[in-house]
Ligand binder design. Sequence first.
Ligand code: R5P
Length: 297
Amino acid sequence: MPSKEEVAGRKNFHVDTPMDTGGFYVRGSAHLDWGMKNRLSRIFNPDSGRTVMLAFDHGYLMGPTTGLERLDLNIRPLLPHVDCLMCTRGGLRTCIPPQTNKPVCLRVTAGATVLKDDMSDECVGVDIEDAARLNASAMAVQCYVGGACERQTLENLSRVINAGNRLGIATLGVTAVGKEMARDARYLGMASRVLAELGAHFVKTYFCEEGFEEVVAGCPVPIVIAGGKKIPEADALKMAWRAIDQGARGVDMGRNIFAARNPVAMAQAVRSIVHGAASPDEAHEMYQDTKSDNAKP
Ligand code: R5P
């Protein structure tokens, strides 16, 4: 029998019906090979099914952004508090100790900087052999759905997925949003779905105020949210909580962690939401109460 939404001609995402994951806890990954599942299990905690990814790949297009002036000093204190490192091969090789036992989601696209108006003109800059040499668990590809170089970035994604599938390395599709594009559920839901259908094993997108749960429901692989521009800590924690509450399987947050007044406390507070079911207020209280050595005055 058609639902009320169908009768009214609206799309029906069945947001109250969880997707059947067919025997493996990472959404959409039940039919993957052992190695791929093992790598995804390093990223998504098998107990909570969620992840706190720390994004610090910004230098590849922004140079030394605020909070990432010194990767060796800025990132190392955060390592114990996050589940996965999203970074460039240059940042990883030069500044992250190899004995860090955290899975890596390697930024593999290249070719654009913030000095250009259109940042969608990217290529794949990292060979699959180098990703394997760095023991990457996943590779991240920026995709500009609707952008000037849409086809090129979707081709980048497809090439990386093909190469990763040969070796069992997962691919994160990133829905990049150009300056002129709306960040609403219609766009984000469409872009996320496109990347999943092309074979991305998980998708990074932005949270949106209205309809985010439909973005999640319409995407057959896990969604992690980007933090976006730095906002007050309390607001960033509220956004993380709302995204998780509406079905996101984690965060891939950068500036709202490393550019916080107290980055270690912020990583811990985000973690308490993602894995510990803390409310935004509880997490913010924890943030304010936590002292740490790398807090800014
Ligand atoms: C942007 O340069 C990178 O792709 C980041 O990984 C991404 O934007 C997430 O970082 P943030 O939370 O700072 O938006």
